[in-house]
Design a protein around this ligand. Structure first.
Ligand SMILES: [Cu+2]
Length: 143
């Protein structure tokens, strides 16, 4: 009886998740940084099955992670923190050097090429359902 009950619970959890937006993460990497640098950046391509948004990111390798945009203004590079990054259904949103990125602050250790960084990303769909994905990103000099 106990086993049957557990199976039933698992099935209901899985089926309730199927209604949520599914976000595909690809081309994900973290830029290697210079020794002593306390910040870093991560890049990736995100594609959601439904209208959704990246609302938060965290990593055990960093004190905090923010969603940033980057733009050039009068020859000066400007970064801005975003509350969220909208992911329209079916559209690939690219986080890439010179544009959107995840900014890592208060790094616990240097970002060395060949090593990896774990992230937990939180997505919110239009019904306010939050889903989380854990990803492991390779550290590279460039993509
Ligand atoms: Cu930034």
């Amino acid at each position: 009886m106990k086993v049957l009950f557990r199976t039933a619970v698992l099935v209901s959890v899985l089926s309730s998740f199927q209604a949520y937006a599914e976000v595909n993460i690809s081309d994900a990497w973290v830029r290697a940084n210079a020794p002593g640098q306390k910040v870093g950046a991560a890049y990736m391509a995100l594609k959601s099955t439904q209208d959704s948004a990246l609302v938060a990111a965290e990593s055990p390798s960093a004190g905090s992670v923010e969603i940033h945009s980057m733009s050039m203004k009068n020859g000066v590079m400007k970064m801005r923190m975003l509350e969220n990054l909208p992911l329209p259904a079916g559209k690939v949103e690219k986080l890439a050097p010179g544009g959107f990125h995840l900014m890592l602050f208060d790094l616990k250790k240097p970002l060395k090429a060949g090593e990896e960084v774990k992230f937990k990303l939180s997505f919110k769909d239009k019904d306010n359902n939050i889903t989380q994905q854990e990803v492991v990103l390779p550290i590279k000099e460039t993509n």
